[in-house]
Design a protein around this ligand. Structure first.
Ligand code: GLY
Length: 348
């Protein structure tokens, strides 16, 4: 087991391990509860039962599980199992499991400890780090209700990524390339070639470091942390108008980054060459397509409802002037956004 603590003031213990199951078994914890999803349970159920016995709560995989109904069922499960405030929850899964685990741990008996074991690429490079735990509200938007609640440890075991379907890998690659556009241009350079397993591992570690350094600087997203929302303003709107059923989160962010690049070009922030290179690299991941021609009015309405909007009649976009750099732009002239959507439809 190797413990990395490259960031002294990030309070979460980061553990890189090649043996997650023996490590969890060793943990001398009295009341251990696991939250995972049905897909993961099918693959790892026996190993999880050796550690957690019957203290495993399984959710249906996917974004639709991030709702208050599921949260309530888990709270009742914890109560039935008589979990005390000294208990600890282990979230074994991707972003959805991580969000739900952090949320439930933050409110059960006013807060109990939790750890995360990310199993998807997207949770390795983004969602497991930074303490955001959000639940969707049907008519309002994604992650509308939530907490900043950090796990005590995050265990990264790369072997868990080996069972991921390609679709899930792609999902994470979109979040990974995001760091290339706004924070670390060498990531874009690596994406130019054919990504090998060892390069991917290296990129994952860079992303983890980048994410931690942003979170240390601005935990509550009052400033620089907003950079991580590159591609998310439009991406979240796509997810919402399609009722979370047409696009994975990564795909929506991929499309959102294309939208942000075109918007940057229309505002004379991103030049034509960078725009073309950026769209080429994003589409190289899986040849992204818009699944339906969504009505502009619905998309705009969803963007305006996004919880990240804090000023009426204006939307904040993260744009990229040059590879690895970013700037924030508040837009209150929505005609440019509509024009950008028209161009976006031609690029896609
Ligand atoms: N996923 C964006 C953030 O954690 O701030």
């Amino acid at each position: 087991m190797k413990e990395l603590s490259f960031f002294g003031n990030y309070k979460v213990k980061i553990v890189f391990t090649k043996e997650i199951f023996p490590l969890l078994k060793e943990k001398n914890q009295r009341e251990k509860i696991c939250i995972t999803d049905e897909n993961l349970y099918r693959i790892y159920g026996d190993r999880l039962e050796e550690i957690f016995g019957k203290n495993i709560f399984r959710i249906s995989p996917g974004e639709k599980s991030k709702n208050m109904g599921v949260v309530l069922k888990i709270l009742e499960f914890l109560c039935e199992k008589r979990v005390s405030r000294r208990g600890k929850i282990f979230g074994f899964g991707g972003g959805v499991v991580g969000d739900i685990t952090g949320f439930v741990s933050g409110i059960y008996k006013r807060g109990i400890e939790f750890s995360l074991i990310p199993t998807s690429l997207i949770s390795f490079v983004d969602s497991s780090i930074g303490g955001k735990c959000g639940i969707n509200l049907k008519n309002c938007g994604k992650n509308y209700v939530g907490l900043f609640n950090h796990p005590s440890e995050i265990f990264f075991d790369f072997s868990l990524l080996s069972t991921l379907p390609q679709k899930e890998v792609n999902n994470g690659l979109f979040e990974l390339i995001k760091y290339g556009f706004v924070l670390e241009k060498s990531i874009l350079e690596t994406f130019e070639g054919n990504l090998t397993q060892s390069e991917l591992k290296k990129l994952i570690k860079i992303s983890i470091q980048k994410k931690i350094s942003v979170v240390i600087e601005d935990e509550k997203e009052m400033g620089i942390r907003k950079v991580l929302n590159f591609g998310h303003t439009f991406g979240h709107a796509l997810e919402k108008v399609s009722n979370y059923s047409l696009y994975s989160h990564g795909e929506a962010v991929g499309l959102g980054m294309i939208y942000a690049l075109i918007l940057g070009k229309n505002l004379n922030i991103t030049d034509e060459e960078y725009l073309k290179r950026g769209i080429y690299l994003i589409k190289k991941i899986n040849g992204l397509k818009l699944k339906r021609k969504h009505r502009w009015e619905n998309l705009l309405n969803s963007m305006s409802m996004d919880k990240k909007v804090d000023r009426e009649n204006s939307l904040l976009f993260v744009l990229t002037p040059t590879p690895g750099n970013f700037l924030f732009k508040e837009i209150n002239d929505f005609t440019i956004l509509k024009k950008t959507y028209g161009e976006f439809l031609k690029w896609i």
